[in-house]
Ligand binder design. Structure first.
Ligand code: FEO
Length: 406
């Protein structure tokens, strides 16, 4: 039997446990389920609800809520994030507590109706340093967008020094003991969650941490997984370390060449490009057969690379699967500032390099060079073209300005 759990004086956990979920948001594995965390604060002038739960778990959420207050006592509903795993019970909560005012970030405004499919919800927008003072408590809001949706925000309960961080610092890890000092070892889940949800938004993580640094945080109450009441600062520092670009390789820029090859023709092109890049003092070039890389390694290499070159043959009018696998894992990366280009040997039609080029451009990488294609075995003059392609790409990675045609 799940029951509301006291976190601090007047502050309670009213979230729900999802034991059976094994895949979250299509891309994440959840080996022991997850939690949809929601909180309730009692004040002398009424109740504040902080987030709700996924719709199919709303019964347990309302059961816990009703064990602590009446609906007509609820004055505010703070929604740090509107994704359905947190906003799912909001429409029903608004029906039961029609006098309550919803507090959301300005970016959430256009989404509120769309995501709840409910008309006429009364709301106010809040942002950094705006405060809600109700009775004996103060909730200070913090604009923390893109973590991981544009409308995400955080808030800080001044009197108890509790940060409500939204999905930030979350884990897909279910343990009914709830608090980080009581549950099992969830380190892997904490890192896995960061890698899949926050890693593409490292710059936004650092901006959020700059706001959090101004607070005296003693506990972190995220939207998934354990409440971090012991050593909260250690979790903040982990996020800082993972999101900070460390100067590596003596300040040189990394250019990584990924290729797939059937008859070593695309490989020869890759090697000529590599030779060119190796003449650039400011660059360290690496070359990889994409068929032999694990996804985790691909991700780490891509993340470190300022320049990404993709060599693909064309097979049945398409790029082979390892190339698409490489491209699909880029969704987990921050791509800002990276340049990319494509090359490949082909037999008949040669569509693959342009397909890959278009995909890289759609992913918002800089793609200033047209794809370089060679039919079958590259001749000496074509290998020279590859070399010059490598020189040109290296100059771009080093900051040469070029016009990008769309
Ligand atoms: Fe947990 Fe982004 O929802």
């Amino acid at each position: 039997m799940q029951q509301a759990l006291r976190i601090e004086k007047d502050l309670y956990y009213i979230g729900a446990f999802d034991e059976d979920i094994r895949t979250f948001d299509i891309i994440m594995k959840t080996a022991n389920g997850t939690t949809y965390n929601a909180y309730l604060l009692k004040t002398k002038e009424g109740v504040i609800i902080l987030d709700t739960v996924k719709e199919e778990f709303q019964d347990i959420f309302f059961e816990k809520l009703e064990s602590l207050c009446r609906y007509d006592q609820i004055k505010y509903i703070v929604m740090h994030h509107l994704e359905p795993d947190h906003g799912g019970a909001l429409p029903e909560l608004v029906k039961r507590a029609p006098e309550a005012k919803i507090l959301i970030s300005p970016m959430a405004q256009p989404m509120l109706k769309a995501i709840t499919n409910t008309e006429g919800m009364e709301f106010e927008t809040v942002w950094t340093n705006k405060e809600l003072i109700l009775g004996d408590y103060t909730l200070r809001f913090l604009s923390t967008p893109n973590l991981h949706w544009p409308e995400t925000m955080s808030s800080y309960l001044v009197e108890h020094k509790v940060l409500f961080s939204g999905d930030v610092f979350g884990s897909h890890y279910l343990d009914a003991r709830v608090f980080n000092d009581l549950v099992g070892d969830f380190d892997y889940a904490f890192k896995y969650y960061y890698d899949h949800i926050m890693r593409p938004f490292k710059d936004d993580v650092l901006k959020a941490l700059a706001l959090y640094d101004q607070l005296q945080i003693q506990k972190i109450a995220p939207l998934h997984g354990p409440i971090l009441r012991k050593d909260a600062s250690a979790y903040i520092e982990r996020y800082r370390r993972w999101s900070t670009k460390e100067p590596k390789h003596l300040g040189k820029r990394i250019v990584s060449i990924f290729y797939v090859t059937s008859y070593k023709n695309t490989k020869k092109m890759a090697e000529a490009i590599y030779d060119a890049l190796e003449t650039k003092e400011e660059i360290i070039a690496n070359i990889y057969d994409a068929t032999a890389l694990e996804e985790a390694n691909m991700l780490n290499i891509l993340e470190e690379s300022s320049g990404i070159l993709v060599g693909t043959p064309t097979i049945n009018g398409d790029a082979p699967k390892p190339i698409w696998d490489l491209l699909s894992c880029m969704m987990l990366l921050q791509k800002r500032g990276k340049s990319a280009a494509v090359f490949g040997s082909y037999g008949w039609s040669g569509e693959a390099p342009m397909m890959v080029h278009s995909r890289l451009r759609d992913l918002k990488l800089r793609t200033p060079l047209e794809p370089l294609k060679v039919q079958l075995i590259p001749e000496k003059s074509e290998l020279l073209d590859c070399y010059n392609f490598g020189i040109e790409f290296g100059d771009i990675v080093n900051g040469k300005m070029v016009e990008i045609t769309l």
